[in-house]
Design a protein around this ligand. Structure first.
Ligand code: MSP
Length: 524
């Protein structure tokens, strides 16, 4: 038997400083859709996410609440897991926390290895540090005296520190990026890294602090705490037991196939991270994919500007599948997207309630009405069948190409072309007319069969994005067993038994009264 291909996908690990908003949900859903898609395509998938729990920011936040940092991050980690699993339907394989003993031990070993190799050395550091963004700057990096990334004040620091010889890897990094055009996606971010950071020249990186305690200590010099970004970036391999006694996971899954991160942290993942790996003598991830940001009403989302949208509230009102659909449909991969309540409800009403929901309820309703819930085996094709089949098969083929490239918005676009085509088919065939005319039961049954088949195919291909909806469709079409639910089965028409039986179920996506809903949301 051919060996199953592996697929290792990671997200950034989330800061343990607040509850996560709908912008953070975008990234984790994106990764979940890809992981589910690859599983459906037969890959042996490992999907890693987790929490970034060290640093001065966390230490200060815990102190402000008068609790120990560990207690502070424990509560946030529990809430995050609950948000991912129970609210957003994320099916991750590993949830790593940087306070895990295993992780901390490996980070210490990595630091020591690099020190022994001479890639980390001790020297004096004098500079400026942005606590919220956990980054060092020189005067000329600042934007009008403030952190160029988050626009907050920086603090001067002077201390004896350890440094990583980042500058040594500059040429190798440039060469790697130039020789591997897929390493940084999308292409625009690749140019940004080369032109703005790598070609102007890299300085060695300060990788330890002595002014706070909440982090992984340098084992051979415990006054020093390892820089949070070095601690955090290594999670992608410590999670696979890198340098552990048993490193089968590392051997099997590393290098990662896709490391998904937001555009704000592409720099850390395409410069510092690969340089660390080069220094360790380990292979680089195959791809770092930098997605865009989800904005709200056109503005950057953030706690400080008070416009954070809570995914729990949205999922509570509309269900996880609707929110996941919206995020994947509305944001083109690599570009920024915009969240508004109007756009969300608009999509739910148009695409989910009207297009998909109606297709299901009309189809099942007509089989019940005209055939008492069971189609007869004898059926005749209609003139419109060929066009429906062509649209369906083309949609699945195109969607597959887009899924492979994580272009889920385009994939959904293709699938919805098919959903709308199937609805149009009903208007063309006019089953109610055939029924009224009488004597054409075989044509009527044939057309309803085509619709049931279309729904079966649609259910199979929307599964990665909407993990709960296929079950509702399968149950109304009485599809049990797995053969008719596979990705491959979506590439063929005519697999459903001709004498299919249906059972009417709940409306999958009820229509929302937009005016009333917007008023209620405004009051939350
Ligand atoms: N802890 C670091 C990452 C360390 S990875 C070794 C971090 N955490 S974060 O919680 O601030 O962000 C986690 C991820 O969410 C990042 O990839 C970030 O780009 C992404 N997003 C944060 N806000 C976002 C939006 N508004 N929209 C889309 N993604 C967003 O950075």
């Amino acid at each position: 038997m051919a060996e199953q291909k592996t697929f290792y996908i990671t997200t950034a690990i989330y800061y343990a400083n607040s509850n996560l908003h709908i912008g953070h949900s975008y990234e984790i859903v994106l990764a979940d859709v890809m992981a589910r898609y690859k599983k459906l395509r037969g890959y042996d998938v490992k999907f890693l996410t987790g929490m970034d729990e060290h640093g001065q920011k966390v230490e200060r936040a815990a102190a402000a609440e008068d609790i120990a940092p560990q207690q502070y991050v424990d509560a946030i980690a529990d809430a995050t897991k609950e948000l991912f699993c129970d609210v957003l339907g994320i099916d991750y394989d590993i949830f790593i926390r940087t306070t895990d003993e295993k992780h901390k031990n490996t980070v210490k070993k990595i630091f020591k290895t690099l020190y022994d190799k001479g890639d980390i050395y001790k020297s004096d550091y004098e500079g400026l540090y942005c606590i919220p963004y956990e980054t060092f700057y020189t005067e000329h990096n600042l934007k009008v005296g403030k952190c160029p990334e988050c626009d907050r004040g920086v603090e001067p620091v002077k201390e004896s520190s350890y440094f990583f010889r980042l500058s040594k890897y500059q040429d190798r990094l440039i060469e790697h990026i130039e020789n591997n055009p897929d390493f940084i996606q999308p292409k625009s971010r690749q140019n940004e890294m080369l032109n703005n950071f790598l070609r102007p020249g890299l300085e060695d990186l300060c990788v330890s602090r002595t002014t706070f305690k909440w982090g992984v200590p340098v084992e051979f010099d415990p006054e020093h705490v390892i820089y949070v970004w070095v601690d955090a970036l290594t999670n992608y391999i410590t999670a696979l037991d890198y340098l552990g006694e048993d490193d089968v996971l590392y051997q099997k899954y590393w290098p990662a196939d896709v490391q998904l991160v937001g555009k704000d942290i592409v720099r850390f993942h395409t410069i510092i991270w690969p340089a660390l790996l080069m220094a360790l003598g380990e292979p680089l991830p195959k791809q770092v994919a930098g997605h865009g940001f989800l904005n709200i009403d056109g503005k950057k989302m953030g706690k400080s500007i008070g416009n954070v949208v809570d995914p729990r509230v949205l999922v509570g009102r509309y269900g996880a599948d609707a929110i996941r659909y919206f995020l994947m449909r509305e944001v083109v991969f690599g570009q920024d997207g915009n969240f508004t309540n109007e756009a969300l409800i608009g999509r739910i009403n148009a695409d989910l309630a009207n297009d998909l929901g109606n297709l299901l309820s009309r189809t099942v309703g007509m089989v019940e009405k005209y055939f008492g819930g069971q189609l007869p085996a004898a059926q005749a094709p209609t003139d419109f069948d060929e066009s429906l089949i062509n649209t369906g098969l083309t949609a699945v083929q195109n969607a597959e190409g887009y899924f492979d490239k994580m272009q889920f918005s385009y994939a959904l676009n293709e699938i919805w072309d098919f959903v709308r085509r199937a609805n149009k088919y009903i208007d063309e065939v006019m089953p109610w007319q055939l029924f009224k005319e009488g004597g054409k039961e075989d044509v009527l049954a044939g057309s309803l069969y085509m619709l049931a088949e279309s729904l079966r195919i649609i259910a199979a291909v929307i599964g990665p994005v909407m993990p709960n909806t296929p079950a509702a469709i399968y149950s109304q079409l009485n599809i049990a067993g797995d053969e008719l639910k596979t990705w491959e089965s979506a590439k063929k028409f005519g697999l459903l038994a001709r004498d299919a039986r249906v059972s009417k179920g709940d409306i999958v996506f009820p229509r929302i009264d937009i005016k009333k809903e917007l008023e209620e949301l405004a009051g939350i």
